[in-house]
Write a protein that binds this ligand. Structure first.
Ligand code: FES
Length: 76
Protein backbone atom coordinates (compact mmCIF):
# COMPACT_ATOMS: atom_id res chain seq x y z
CA UNK A 1 0.00 0.00 0.00
CA UNK A 2 1.22 3.48 -0.83
CA UNK A 3 -0.69 6.26 0.88
CA UNK A 4 -3.52 3.77 1.51
CA UNK A 5 -3.71 2.83 -2.18
CA UNK A 6 -2.76 -0.72 -3.19
CA UNK A 7 0.11 -0.88 -5.71
CA UNK A 8 1.51 -4.00 -7.32
CA UNK A 9 5.19 -4.49 -8.03
CA UNK A 10 7.55 -7.10 -9.39
CA UNK A 11 9.82 -9.30 -7.29
CA UNK A 12 13.05 -7.47 -6.55
CA UNK A 13 11.69 -4.04 -7.36
CA UNK A 14 12.57 -1.14 -5.11
CA UNK A 15 9.90 1.07 -3.63
CA UNK A 16 11.08 3.83 -5.97
CA UNK A 17 10.67 1.43 -8.89
CA UNK A 18 7.13 0.61 -7.82
CA UNK A 19 6.28 4.30 -7.49
CA UNK A 20 7.76 5.21 -10.87
CA UNK A 21 6.04 2.26 -12.56
CA UNK A 22 2.80 3.68 -11.18
CA UNK A 23 3.56 7.02 -12.86
CA UNK A 24 4.88 8.93 -9.86
CA UNK A 25 7.85 11.21 -10.58
CA UNK A 26 7.94 12.88 -7.18
CA UNK A 27 6.62 11.94 -3.76
CA UNK A 28 7.89 14.50 -1.34
CA UNK A 29 8.67 18.22 -1.29
CA UNK A 30 11.59 20.15 0.10
CA UNK A 31 11.17 21.92 3.42
CA UNK A 32 12.09 25.42 2.37
CA UNK A 33 10.66 25.91 -1.10
CA UNK A 34 8.27 22.98 -1.43
CA UNK A 35 10.09 21.73 -4.53
CA UNK A 36 9.15 18.25 -5.76
CA UNK A 37 11.57 15.39 -5.14
CA UNK A 38 11.66 11.75 -6.19
CA UNK A 39 14.59 9.77 -7.56
CA UNK A 40 17.67 11.85 -8.35
CA UNK A 41 20.76 9.69 -7.93
CA UNK A 42 19.11 6.28 -7.65
CA UNK A 43 22.09 4.89 -5.73
CA UNK A 44 21.41 5.95 -2.14
CA UNK A 45 23.52 9.11 -2.04
CA UNK A 46 21.23 12.14 -2.36
CA UNK A 47 18.32 11.28 0.00
CA UNK A 48 15.82 12.91 -2.38
CA UNK A 49 13.62 9.81 -2.44
CA UNK A 50 12.70 9.54 1.25
CA UNK A 51 9.50 7.81 2.29
CA UNK A 52 8.11 6.29 5.47
CA UNK A 53 7.90 2.47 5.42
CA UNK A 54 5.92 0.62 8.07
CA UNK A 55 6.22 3.63 10.38
CA UNK A 56 9.98 4.00 9.90
CA UNK A 57 10.69 7.52 8.57
CA UNK A 58 13.43 8.63 6.16
CA UNK A 59 13.78 5.39 4.22
CA UNK A 60 15.50 5.79 0.84
CA UNK A 61 12.99 4.42 -1.65
CA UNK A 62 15.72 3.71 -4.21
CA UNK A 63 17.51 1.39 -1.77
CA UNK A 64 14.61 -0.46 -0.14
CA UNK A 65 13.12 -3.48 -1.87
CA UNK A 66 9.34 -3.52 -1.74
CA UNK A 67 7.78 -6.38 0.18
CA UNK A 68 4.25 -7.72 0.41
CA UNK A 69 2.38 -5.91 3.16
CA UNK A 70 4.62 -2.83 3.23
CA UNK A 71 2.79 0.34 4.24
CA UNK A 72 4.50 3.23 2.45
CA UNK A 73 3.68 6.84 3.20
CA UNK A 74 4.94 9.58 0.93
CA UNK A 75 5.26 13.24 1.81
CA UNK A 76 3.95 14.88 -1.34
S1 FES B 1 17.44 8.79 -5.25
FE1 FES B 1 19.18 9.48 -4.23
S2 FES B 1 19.13 8.41 -2.35
FE2 FES B 1 17.44 7.62 -3.44
Amino acid sequence: MVDDVPLAGLAGQTIAGVLMAAGRQSWRTTGRRSRPRGVFCGIGVCFDCLVTVNGLPDVRACQRHAADGDEVTTHA
